[in-house]
Design a protein around this ligand. Structure first.
Ligand code: DQQ
Length: 541
């Protein structure tokens, strides 16, 4: 398939060309946001991995700097893989990252790098001290599955630093997060028992941080602990390619983490039910918030990636905090993205009858931000939930897609749609009645099966349940549309879905936006506002 150059995203982070993957070591330093990422300087496929580096004042406009970390010492000469930054108490930023130290076999060790000149707010040059590597696999650790050090946190009581390294044990069966401790950030010793493990396969890119337990939106610095705090442990499951997290308690004495959910399923909650992987948070002291970065791969063929010369973007950075229920996180695009909003159109109090759709006209929507609040007239007609699919949002949505008429819903948006509707990507809700339960079950889906007439595209349907009280009929949706990405936030950030689509007709000014209702109950659009989004400075692209 041939991808139109107009499908290159506008305001989602990307370099001018080539392959990108994981976000690395995001941090705030002397008035600048720093963002590093896994990058192939030589092409649009994974390989030759170095750390590219960009800086920004607002997390939206980006300036590319020179490569920050590239193979240069024996312990990273075959690759500089993912890692994180820690700001030491004297303000010095340190980067820990995984190095590949021998050819052909991905033997993994952990290295450290410091800024050459701390007074340079752009942190252009990074120095690797001679005592690298700092951590090597020992004691039966699988040396080819031992990577992605986290930001370190420090316990004031004993003055020691801790960090996690992702790994796998039990012959590939158990995902593991090993804890290493250090007094001086130089000599690190492993705690014998891991912080946590589960029968999920390899844990890539672990992330571990405190959140306020009363659900205030304010973020916490990574070392904060105590009674007002819960912890979040996120792992990127190599076998599934999704980022899963649990909310739980961190016992500092025992150096153990215990998820709150007694069922303890490590594959239940995801940051995003779509294309979003290897994510990482950081604490932003300038605005006292925790911000999540995540990588979204292409869903095109590798041959098409090579032909177009680019592959991979980052999702819009999201503020993350604990839902007041304490059971899950909430996520919302950082407020700075709203500075890109231009011309807008608002629709109010518009009832969408069963089978009806309404076009939102008067603006360009290939690159747009849409916020909508829906109100369902009655939940009485909600379809019964097939018990066989009750636990599997993705299969449920596959079986009951946007085109399948329902009771309450499907209702939502058709984005990146063509005038004749041959092409359209549906982002929608659907409400079910579950046997023996009072609370209706809300499903959120992105259905890209009609997103493009181009053949050979990977068009997976993505879905998650939304743990929201819809008894008053109200639910909200926000979609950040950006040419070949649709990034959606259901019910104020309870459920998020990022999807990559490659229309062949709905490109540029030919992309249209509709509200649709394919259920049997009326749905009122209480308010919908769509904004055209401007293009920020994007690394010179
Ligand atoms: N990508 C990096 C690894 C990490 C993986 C290599 C996750 O460090 O485990 O590019 O996408």
């Amino acid at each position: 398939s041939i991808v139109d150059p107009e499908l290159r995203t506008g305001y989602h982070f990307h370099p001018p060309k080539n392959w990108i993957n994981d976000p690395n070591a995001p941090m705030y330093y002397k008035g600048w946001y720093h963002f590093f990422y896994q990058y192939n300087p030589k092409g649009a496929v994974w390989g030759n991995i170095v750390w590219a580096h960009s800086v920004s004042r607002d997390l939206i406009n980006w300036v590319a700097l020179e490569t920050a970390i590239e193979p240069s010492i024996p312990s990273d000469q075959y690759g500089c893989w993912s890692g994180s930054a820690t700001i030491l108490p004297d303000g010095t930023p340190v980067i820990m990252y995984t190095g590949i130290d021998r050819p052909n076999i991905n033997y993994q060790v952990q290295n450290i790098a410091y800024p050459r000149n701390k007074s340079d707010p752009l942190l252009r040059e990074w120095v690797k001290p001679a005592h690298n590597p700092i951590i090597v696999p020992e004691g039966g650790i699988n040396a080819t599955q031992f990577r992605d050090p986290t930001t370190a946190w420090r316990d004031d009581d004993d003055g020691r630093w801790r960090l996690l390294i992702g790994s796998v044990a039990a012959g590939g069966a158990r995902g593991v997060a090993y804890v290493y401790r250090s007094r001086d950030f130089r000599r690190w010793a492993r705690v014998r028992r891991p912080l946590h493990s589960a029968a999920t396969g390899m844990w890539e890119c672990p992330d571990f941080y405190p959140v306020e337990r009363d659900g205030r939106r304010v973020g916490l610095e990574t070392s904060v602990s105590g009674r007002r705090v819960k912890h979040v442990l996120k792992n990127s499951l190599d076998l599934r390619r999704y980022d899963y997290y649990t909310v739980g308690a961190y016992d500092r004495r025992a150096e153990r983490y215990v998820p709150d959910d007694p069922a303890g399923d490590e594959r239940r909650l995801r940051y995003d039910y779509g294309n979003f992987y290897a994510s990482k948070t950081f604490y932003d002291p300038a605005k006292r918030r925790r911000i999540l970065w995540g990588w979204a791969n292409e869903s095109d063929t590798a041959a098409a990636d090579v032909a177009k010369g680019w592959a991979g973007i980052q999702a819009i950075p999201r503020t993350v905090w604990l839902d007041p229920s304490g059971k899950q996180l909430l996520q919302w695009p950082i407020e700075e993205v709203e500075a890109l909003r231009g011309k807008s159109v608002t629709v109010k109090h518009r009832v969408i009858k069963p089978g009806q759709h309404v076009e939102v006209i008067g603006l360009q929507t290939a690159q747009a931000d849409v916020e909508v609040s829906f109100e369902v007239s009655s939940l009485a007609g909600a379809e019964p939930l097939d018990p066989a699919l009750a636990g599997d949002a993705q299969r449920l949505c596959g079986a009951r897609g946007a085109a399948v008429e329902g009771g309450v819903g499907p209702f939502g948006l058709w984005v990146l749609a063509s005038a004749d509707m041959q092409e359209r990507t549906a982002v929608f809700f659907r409400v079910f009645k579950a046997a023996g339960k009072d609370k209706p079950v809300v499903l959120m889906c992105t259905d890209p099966t009609k997103s493009s007439l181009n053949p050979n595209l990977y068009k997976p349907t993505f879905a998650g349940f939304v743990d929201t009280d819809i008894s008053n009929g109200k639910i909200s949706l926000r979609s950040l549309i950006d040419r070949s990405v649709v990034e959606s936030f259901g019910a104020g950030g309870k459920t998020c879905i990022l999807s990559r689509v490659y229309p062949s007709l709905s490109i540029g000014n030919n992309a249209r936006l509709y509200v649709f209702n394919n259920g049997k109950a009326d749905v009122r659009v209480s308010r919908l506002t769509a904004w055209q989004m401007k293009k920020p400075l994007m690394n010179g692209a």
